[in-house]
Design a binder for this molecule. Structure first.
Ligand code: ATP
Length: 224
């Protein structure tokens, strides 16, 4: 398969804020699976959780700052350009239009994201548009029972070569470098006046400081 037909990865998230757990995983996947690129897709209006504490525009700018020096990672703003809830199936449909019917697409989800997959809008249609690559995440396990577990098992690929044999429809579990970093922890540290430095890229931390994001009123002055 030529480079131009190599699979394209899609990592959706709230990215509130983006951190090294997202970025390292994205880069390792590009290299391990020989992806042409990874699209980091900030979610404008997450259907399954409370509205994030900063705007979609701010979360997208932080993602752009984070990937600025790595040409294989891109921030894709298409969910910010749509009205209504940001359903992943609609995003994949739009990517399919962009890349054409035969280009393999790989939707990347962490173990925590697949755990609640059956509450997603048209979740079983996801495989009509893309493969699903499931990455291990510290503190979470592969689902072993229930509708999602059965569905994942039914579509499981033997190895990464399966991602190139058809454009969509397979499930591939992958083990990457485990990094126990979460946006929740970073927000909590900032709200408590502690420094999350080295858990996320420095330009992202600079942006957070400049715009005084995730600050709780009355918190002590923040250590950098
Ligand atoms: P929050 O703590 O606010 O829930 P988060 O750190 O889980 O945020 P998201 O933006 O919700 O970040 O995650 C986007 C995607 O990246 C999800 O599929 C999630 O499973 C995955 N992910 C996030 N952090 C890691 C990590 N440290 N290791 C592996 N996967 C991760």
């Amino acid at each position: 398969m030529s480079e131009s037909a190599a699979p394209v990865g899609v990592l959706g998230g709230t990215f509130n804020p983006i951190h090294h757990g997202h970025l390292r995983s994205a880069l390792e996947l590009v290299e391990q699976l020989a992806l042409a690129q990874m699209r980091l897709m900030p979610c404008a209006r997450p259907p399954h959780r409370e509205a994030p504490s900063c705007t979609a525009e701010q979360r997208a700018v932080m993602a752009e700052l984070a990937v600025a020096r790595e040409p294989r990672l891109h921030c894709d703003r298409r969910e910010l350009e749509r009205d209504g809830p940001s359903y992943t199936v609609d995003t994949l449909c739009s990517l399919r239009d962009e890349f054409g019917a035969s280009r393999p697409l790989c939707l990347v989800l962490g173990y925590d994201a697949v755990a609640g997959l059956d509450s997603w809008h048209r979740w079983q249609a996801l495989l009509d548009y893309a493969h699903i690559v499931v990455m291990a995440r510290p503190g979470w396990n592969w689902p072993v029972e229930g509708a999602v577990a059965e569905w994942l098992a039914a579509h499981r690929l033997e190895d990464a070569a399966g991602l190139r044999q058809r454009p969509a429809g397979g499930v591939l579990p992958v083990q990457l470098r485990p990094l126990a970093i979460s946006s929740t922890d970073i927000r909590d540290q900032l709200a408590a006046g502690r420094s999350p430095r080295f858990l996320l890229p420095e330009p992202v931390l600079d942006y957070i400081e400049k715009h005084q994001l995730y600050r709780s009123p009355g918190a002590p002055a923040r250590a950098r």
